[in-house]
Write a protein that binds this ligand. Structure first.
Ligand SMILES: Cc1cc2nc3c(=O)[nH]c(=O)nc-3n(C[C@H](O)[C@H](O)[C@H](O)COP(=O)(O)O)c2cc1C
Length: 358
């Protein structure tokens, strides 16, 4: 048994009333004392539990702050947001929580609003689909912020170390949403862990429960990233029909595909099967220009129109046919049966992880 694993197992026998957060001792709902790699990670980030909400697109200050206030690290994907919205979201989140949260950038689309996010006080920046350049890293450091990188291989871990990432998330193709991985995180984990050394390595893809978190912590990772689980919460502003599908779906109802690539050609993503995906596959899974019903408008928000293969999912304000739009979900969806508040999820995951509930 390696040292970190032993530390985690033994840690469960030691009850304690607090972990440190930003220098202040905070009560832990479970009375559990963290140790080893997860403890190093939470201390480094100034959070309470090794539970990270993925920077899911469409997430809101309410969601990110609820996760952070409950002791995890909340996040907001802001790749497609204009500068003013980025400023407003960061400020709003800061007004709702004193705890750290992340602002996410998919580097395929650049990070043009990074200066605005940092200026507004973003404490953590999370990158995916690429490596930040020296200028971006210097900007983050000058602002006193931290940053993480989502990667999918041990080579990606090396790139993240080279630019000095504070933590690294290893994504597998189990993940919901856009997937940069070619295989399961399980296949890449041993080399990734070896490469990461002392830098915290998290896992992303298919985690939904405290048992999932416990499993990955025992494998030697520093924490778990949960995307789909936090998308299935009261605070995430997706359409009620999308949420209902999430509650009813099994893991086998998800598909890894390039079907909904309008706005990001050829990008791989995991979604729930729906009539658009089924008809596209039945017609031979063709590239754009040769797809059934391509011109159909399946959703509108005010004057904005969303065509059938758009990457945008249906939000609560979307009118149209939500069930025919992209419904992102990871393979952990089968364990999701409710839409609670995000803070409740953090506490549930942690209590279950340390064995207080099953
Ligand atoms: C609804 C949804 C939206 C997502 N949006 C983004 C995004 O904007 N940027 C990003 O880097 N990853 C995004 N992801 C992927 C997450 O970063 C993460 O890799 C994934 O959620 C982890 O797998 P899980 O969903 O099985 O927990 C999204 C995932 C979901 C489910």
């Amino acid at each position: 048994m390696d040292k970190s694993r032993r530390a985690f197992s033994l840690g469960s026998l030691v009850a304690s009333a607090s972990v440190m957060m930003g220098g202040e001792a905070l009560a832990d709902v479970t009375g559990y004392k963290l140790s080893g790699k997860p403890e190093a990670f939470v201390k480094k980030m100034g959070i309470k539990y090794p539970i990270v909400q993925a920077v899911i697109g469409g997430s809101t200050p309410d969601l990110a702050a609820a996760v952070s206030n409950a002791g995890g690290m909340g996040g907001i994907g802001m790749s497609w947001s204009p500068e003013q919205e980025v400023r407003d979201y960061v400020k709003a989140t800061r007004s709702l929580t004193k705890a750290p949260f992340a602002i996410g950038y998919v580097l395929t689309f650049g990070a043009g609003t990074l200066p605005a996010a940092l200026d507004a006080g973003a404490p953590v920046i999370q990158f995916s689909f690429g490596t930040p350049d020296k200028k971006q890293v210097s900007m983050i450091r000058a602002a006193g912020a931290k940053f993480g990188m989502q990667v999918s291989t041990a080579d990606g871990v090396k790139q993240a170390l080279d630019v000095g990432a504070d933590y690294i998330s290893l994504q597998g193709q189990e993940a919901g949403g856009h997937v940069q991985a070619q295989g399961s995180w399980r296949d890449n984990l041993p080399r990734a862990l070896e490469t990461a050394g002392k830098t915290p390595l998290l896992v992303a893809g298919g985690l939904s429960t405290g048992k999932d978190l416990r499993e990955v912590l025992l494998m030697g990772v520093s924490g778990g990233v949960f995307g789909t689980r936090f998308a299935a919460t009261k605070e995430y502003p997706s359409h009620p029909e999308y949420k209902q599908r999430m509650i009813n779906a099994r893991s086998s109802d998800t598909a890894l595909t390039v079907c909904f690539d309008g706005g990001w050609p050829g990008a791989l993503h995991r979604v729930l099967r729906n009539p658009t995906l089924d008809a596209w596959e039945a017609a031979g899974a063709q590239w754009a220009g040769l797809r059934p019903g391509e011109g159909d408008v399946v959703g509108t928000i005010g004057d904005m129109k969303f065509a059938r293969y758009s990457l945008f999912p249906a939000f609560v304000v979307t009118q149209g046919k939500p069930q025919e739009m992209a419904m992102y979900a990871g393979q952990g969806i089968g364990a999701i049966r409710d839409i609670p508040k995000a803070g409740e999820i953090v506490e549930r995951i942690w209590s279950e992880c340390v064995g207080l509930t099953v």
